[in-house]
Design a protein around this ligand. Structure first.
Ligand code: ADP
Length: 263
């Protein structure tokens, strides 16, 4: 079994991935939707806001209005659009958010520590969390029935309701829970780059004990992918590959080790 996560950032195309999924039954697809959400947020008059934690991770501020836009963007347009297109390719896709059947559950953070103007402060009322439980019996049921699950946020709070969660880390939690051999994190770059402005500076492999170093090289959103890679390996996944979603055959290429291989 492999878990493939496709990002939803600017410049990440879905077309090649969708074609590459045709005929595959060994895949669980997890997807993002950040570009679509940013545009929707602007259109709805709730411009996106991002904050940085003291450890340098950036995340979206998720108030009630933003959580509702996440439902519309991720669990709505992007998820249903992907399922529709996969089914056209002959893939028996079935879309789920983390809420459906209690698929992905985690504790509500409630408040987060952020850095603002060089000072650390607490932001209250944030609807975010991380996955602590995966309903593997639901996934087994779907996989045994011949469905290809297409999964996205929100996840379900253990005290009820929806939560925003990082999709790379969601994919890592699912890959760990189903004991996947590979977790493929497909994005708009060839992998982890030494210099983010130079696509030729690809780091081809990272050993598990060098992940801290990789974390220092990664900036912004790439940090979350490296963190997700660490969580997946700790969870028993054999190999994580950060790779280009725009490759001709992105799954095939990543499985062949093109990109940054972390194991
Ligand atoms: P996704 O939507 O696939 O999750 P993001 O766009 O959120 O992807 O994150 C990938 C981005 O991370 C890249 O487009 C790049 O701008 C940024 N990034 C920061 N540091 C690095 C790095 N060292 N190597 C590659 N990308 C990096």
């Amino acid at each position: 079994m492999i878990v493939v996560k496709i990002g939803g950032g600017v410049g990440t195309g879905f077309d090649n991935l969708l074609r590459d999924m045709a005929g595959r039954k060994d895949v669980i697809l997890v997807h993002g939707g950040s570009d679509f959400l940013n545009k929707l947020s602007d259109d709805m008059g709730v411009p996106p806001r991002f904050v940085t934690s003291p450890s340098g991770h950036t995340s979206r501020v998720t108030d009630e209005a933003t959580l509702d836009l996440i439902r519309m963007a991720y669990a709505g347009s992007v998820n249903k659009g992907l399922v529709e297109r996969l089914r056209k390719e002959g893939v028996n896709a079935l879309g789920l958010s983390g809420i459906d059947g209690g698929l992905l559950r985690g504790k509500r953070k409630g408040s987060i520590r952020i850095v603002e103007n060089g000072r650390v402060r607490i932001l209250h009322g944030d609807h975010t969390g991380t996955v602590e439980e995966v309903n593997t019996s639901l996934l087994d049921l779907l996989l045994k029935g011949g469905y290809v699950p297409v999964i996205t946020i929100p996840i379900e709070a253990t005290d009820g309701g929806g939560l925003n969660a990082d999709a790379d880390r969601v994919a890592a939690a699912i890959a760990s829970a189903v004991k996947a051999d590979d977790l493929l994190l497909l994005t708009n770059k060839p992998g982890l780059l030494k210099d983010v402005k130079d696509d030729n500076s690809l780091i081809r492999s990272v050993a598990e004990h060098d992940i801290d170093q990789a974390m220092d090289i990664a900036e912004g959103r790439m940090k979350k992918k490296v963190l997700a890679a660490r969580e997946a390996l700790e969870g028993g996944v054999k190999r994580v590959v950060i790779s280009n979603a725009n490759a001709q055959r992105p799954i095939e290429s990543a499985l062949n080790g093109e990109g940054t291989v972390i194991c």
